[in-house]
Each structure stands twice: as structure tokens, then as C-alpha cells.
Design a binder for this molecule. Structure first.
Ligand SMILES: CC(C)(COP(=O)(O)OP(=O)(O)OC[C@H]1O[C@@H](n2cnc3c(N)ncnc32)[C@H](O)[C@@H]1OP(=O)(O)O)[C@@H](O)C(=O)NCCC(=O)NCCS
Length: 152
């Protein structure tokens, strides 16, 4: 599927995704998956519904949804290139994702964010009402450990 706004496009075509660019951003510039290996990024893309944001042919943003396409969606790896922020592109990306026909009727949508709550609130996300009911296993330094081992 594809959506257009002025010179910008959002596409779900995986073949069009620039893996180098996505890997570079997530491994070098993200706070959530620093040093993630390229192969993990590739595998995560294979297993997700992905949304590439483009200026013409150039990729300038990304988001993916980890989902069973029936009951649950987890929004991950959302970013817009630094040079294109503050123009409403992140909000447009969120609107497109939430209206995607294969991502409707879910009982739960989740995500984790350090500071972009305002963006997600615009499409309906709210802080947990009952955090005591939610549990997780989190290994924040998993890729840092792996890369230390690799260099030995
Ligand atoms: C978060 C991010 C995707 C937003 O993209 P963007 O194109 O700049 O967002 P928009 O211009 O569409 O902004 C939409 C709204 O969200 C709000 N917003 C955007 N980033 C925000 C942030 N970091 N904190 C709080 N609100 C934010 C804006 O204030 C704006 O609301 P307004 O129009 O009422 O002012 C982008 O800043 C980014 O890539 N950041 C680094 C990666 C990141 O932190 N991703 C989120 C991981 S969960």
C-alpha cells in the first residue's frame, strides 16, 4: 500500500526499504536499540508490518508493527530523519498505521517511549491505567554485551 502527501510517501513495500539506512539510524542514533546488529534489524523487518517514509525515493523515516494481525499490535522502531522533524510527518505516519486495513479491531496496541508521548496520544495511546497487570522481561544492554563478545 502507498500513501502520498506533497512530495512525501509512505509505503508498506518491504523491497523498497533501505536496510542500511534503517540499521544505521537504530544502531547509531536510537536510545532503545543501540548497536543492534544488521541481521537482527533484517529479521525484525521480515517479521513485522513495516512502513517506510520517503522523500521521493529517499528514505527519511520508518516504523514497524509487531502483530498477529488479529488481536494485538506493538509499535516499534519509529523514527523520522532529524532534518525532516517538526513538519507533521511523524503524526502522518502514525495516522496511516492506525488506519491500515490489516491492523484493525485489535484488543490491545502497545508501545514504549522515553519522550514522544505527545505524538502517540494524538492517535489514541494513553499511559497504562493498571501497570500492575503488565509484566515484561527487558534486557536493555543485550546488543552491547553481544558486540563486546564479538570483538574478543
Ligand atoms: C518522535 C518523532 C518520530 C516525531 O516525528 P516528527 O515528524 O518530528 O513529529 P511531528 O512533526 O509529526 O509531530 C507531531 C506531534 O507530536 C509531538 N511530538 C513529536 N515528537 C515529540 C517528542 N519527542 N515528545 C513529545 N511530543 C512530540 C509534536 O509536538 C507534535 O505535536 P504538535 O503538532 O501538537 O506540536 C521524531 O522526533 C523522532 O524520530 N525522534 C527520534 C526517535 C524517537 O524518539 N522515536 C520514538 C521512539 S518511541
Amino acid at each position: 500500500m502507498e500513501w502520498k502527501r506533497e512530495k512525501f510517501r509512505i509505503s508498506t513495500k518491504k523491497k523498497e526499504l533501505n536496510i542500511e539506512y534503517i540499521h544505521h539510524f537504530i544502531s547509531e542514533k536510537s536510545y532503545w536499540a543501540e548497536r543492534v546488529p544488521r541481521e537482527i534489524v533484517k529479521k525484525s523487518i521480515q517479521g513485522s508490518v513495516c512502513f517506510g517514509l520517503y522523500d521521493g525515493k529517499k528514505q527519511i523515516g520508518f516504523a514497524r508493527v509487531i502483530t498477529d494481525k488479529a488481536t494485538f499490535g506493538y509499535l516499534a522502531d519509529v523514527f523520522v530523519d532529524e532534518r525532516y522533524r517538526g513538519k507533521g510527518l511523524g503524526e502522518w505516519l502514525m495516522q496511516v498505521i492506525m488506519l491500515h486495513p490489516k491492523l484493525q479491531g485489535f484488543r490491545n496496541w502497545m508501545l514504549s517511549t522515553k519522550d514522544a508521548h505527545g505524538l502517540y496520544a494524538k492517535v489514541g495511546f494513553k499511559p497504562l491505567e493498571t501497570p500492575e497487570r503488565i509484566m515484561r522481561i527487558n534486557v536493555p544492554d543485550i546488543y552491547k554485551k553481544a558486540s563486546r563478545k564479538d570483538t574478543k
